[in-house]
Write a protein of this length. Structure first.
Length: 320
């Protein structure tokens, strides 16, 4: 599908602001993103939900729950921000949208520790702790979907690699929006989209090159750059990315590896779109289409779980 007029206008506006001499550098470096969190007004929870703060040992989480007709599934949401920015209100709105699209499911959003104060492995440790918390609360792994954007998308994949390597139950599926999967910044699109990317393009002085999270660690560590992991036995993946992104190759290479490993993967490249364009939610044709695709993916996971349960019941009857 060709890019929409509204999508092009929004992309051009982002490019104009990110290349502005006064604030452009702060946008690309993530400095403005970090400051914006402190300036945000208190988020008003929609009346059809409750939002509960949960205090963990090293971080906080928020559990969004529908007031009525609560579904059995839960989404574990991991926010983006280059591992240097904390959660912002947009992710609380994301949570409400995930819940509505996922059949009134619960959504657990974690405000994991970020660099430079807390470099790797802090974010991954907090993510693992949140996943274990869900299991301890009685949510079976087959009812958990892990969703993340940008750094959060990479973190979602890193979580699954860690769980697989430690022989722990994997979630039923993963939703990754513009995932940052390669902190070596070696993808082909880093160069081919260098002039196109409205958010990170035309400079090497952006959060993509920030080393605060990486520290002295090897950037090819699969828990830092999940591109380098083994995807055999992975749950179904939905990966969405914009064609103008410098990180486009981060998505296409992971999708290729997962498919070659026998996994179920849906890779959607949105023409003319930019990094985490889904932030526009229902205001832009491309973001509306992306969220509709997420809804279909969640319903697909429900159908797959039902089919699996039916097969298990048949096996039990045959043994009886």
């Amino acid at each position: 599908m060709a890019e929409s007029i509204r999508g092009k206008v929004i992309r051009d506006l982002i490019a104009r602001f990110s290349n502005d001499l006064l604030i452009g550098k702060k946008i690309k470096s993530g400095e403005l993103r970090k400051r914006a969190v402190d300036l945000e007004p208190e988020w008003k929870c929609p009346e059809q939900f409750t939002n509960t703060m949960i205090l963990m040992e090293n971080f906080t989480m928020e559990l969004l729950e529908p007031v009525e007709n609560v579904g059995s599934r839960v989404v574990l949401q991991l926010h983006g921000g280059g591992y240097i920015a904390t959660m912002k209100n947009a992710y609380r709105s994301f949570a409400a949208l995930y819940s509505e699209l996922g059949g009134n499911c619960r959504v657990l959003t974690i405000d994991y520790r970020v660099a430079p104060e807390h470099p790797y492995p802090a974010a991954l440790e907090d993510t693992i702790a949140a996943y274990h918390w869900l299991l301890e609360q009685g949510y079976p792994a087959e009812k958990i979907v892990v969703a993340g954007d940008s750094a959060g998308g990479g973190l979602a994949l890193a979580l699954c690699l860690w769980l697989k390597n430690h022989k722990e139950p994997l979630p039923s599926g993963v939703i990754a929006m513009s995932p940052w999967t390669d902190l070596t910044i070696s993808g082909e699109s880093v160069e081919t989209n260098f002039e196109k990317d409205p958010l990170f393009g035309k400079t090497r002085d952006s959060m993509l090159y920030n080393k605060d999270y990486l520290g002295e660690n090897d950037p090819t560590n699969e828990y830092i750059s999940p591109l380098f992991g083994d995807y055999e036995g992975f749950p179904p993946l939905l990966i969405q990315v914009g064609s103008y992104e410098m990180l486009l190759s981060d998505s296409t290479r992971v999708a290729k590896k997962a498919k070659e490993a026998g996994g179920k993967v849906k890779l959607s490249i949105y023409e003319g779109m930019f990094h985490v364009f889904q932030m526009a939610m229902l205001l832009m044709p491309e973001s509306k289409k992306a969220w509709a695709e997420i809804k279909r993916f969640l319903h697909y996971l429900d159908a797959e779980e039902k089919e699996e349960n039916e097969m298990q019941n048949i096996s039990k009857e045959e043994k009886a």
